[in-house]
Design a protein around this ligand. Sequence first.
Ligand code: UD1
Ligand code: CA
Length: 450
Amino acid sequence: MLAVAVLAAGKGTRMKSALPKVLQPLAGATLVERVLASCEILAPQRRLLILGHQAERVQATLEHLPGLEWVLQQPQNGTGHAVQQLLAPLAGFDGDLLVLNGDVPLLRPDTLAVLLARHQASGAAVTLLTARLADPSGYGRVIADPDGAVHAIVEHRDCNDEQRRINLINAGIYCFNWEKLAAVLPELSADNDQGELYLTDTVAMLSPAMHVEVADAAEISGINDRLQLAQGEAVLQQRLRDHWMREGVSFVDPGSCTLSEGTRFGRDVMVEPQCHFRGTNTIGEGCRIGPGCLVEDTTLEAGVEVLHSVLRGAVVGARCSVGPFAQLRPGAVLAEGCRIGNFVEVKASTLAAGVKVNHLSYIGDADLGADVNVGAGTITANYDGVRKHRTVIGAGSKTGANSVLVAPITLGVGVTVGAGSTLTRDVPSGSLALGRAPQRIKDNWPGPQP
Ligand code: UD1
Ligand code: CA
């Protein structure tokens, strides 16, 4: 049996934020969500979250995750005090307890699996994750034998000069035999520099205590301030880019692009510099994106080209071309082979195959049939000040430059709209619609005087 407890009650003073530290975002997910995700492969029977500072806010953010038990720590009197709060909910629990710090979000699931396997194989009372750091300052130092037996952990601020030189540090990740830990938890004392109850003090009270050293120290970085937050983001971004490059995606300048965990790429996608992917995206095979794009919650089918554009909540059919300087907003659904050019905005509209909107247009709340050609500067006037209305344009129609289509309005199939028209009434199929003042000529006009 395995229970996981995540310590997430602390305030995170060093972050200097209105947001509780564990809710700070990293590559699109909060710190604590990342910590919870990292232990999923262990399939724990119980998942307990220790909350304190802004507990309601943290709980509300995580409510969507199934199977979490909420444990309140009030006040927050240290990591040992936090784990003491488990004595009631885990009374009679027979198994191991994995304790994770809520601010250590870069852990690889495999690392936790190794920790648990070593702990169970050795039968230790506690096994903790450690790392050797060139600069161990701030971390608890681990006093251990060369064979891996641990005697004690001393917090940085409680170290003497000799202990401060130890570069083996406590990662804040522990596997405990719960029964043995529960027996010593009530004996913790606050006899330290911070006057708090330290979970780390239980290590000296338990035997045998062992440690497992991680190879990649970046994994166990604790996030305490904005600098570490930015460093953590960089680590995650690099992992995501490396993963997709191995899967067959090309990045011209990887370091200039950011990805989200929810973005999936097909093979032979080419990502040019300065492209950013947020939320949930599916990018089809052979797409070429960038430079300079923001793509969020969007699907691109195979062979789409996007240049210097913003796409949010859009679906773009195969071999479409978007940009430069276009914006696709939520509900823009383009069938294959459409062409969206510069300074064009499309929102909540369906474009059938082969539609061209090449220059300076707003297409909102509209349905365009196949091969419609939208002239430069054509606008769907969808809003009457109170409500939005739809525009329907039949297949093969062509609007002249600077047309205004005042919705609700329907243009039939194969309609031609003269340039500069403002149309307020439906247009039957196969006709020409003109809605502009006729041109007048005055002969012998003097013109501007010098
Ligand atoms: C802790 C360890 C230190 C280790 C480091 C690794 C202790 C005493 N020290 O130090 O040995 O090297 O992590 O990153 O454990 N929390 C609570 N309730 C509290 C206090 C803290 O839930 O009363 C939570 C925090 O929200 C945080 C975690 O425990 O997620 C760690 O607390 P933090 O104050 O950051 O501990 P460190 O000083 O970093
Ligand atoms: Ca910390």
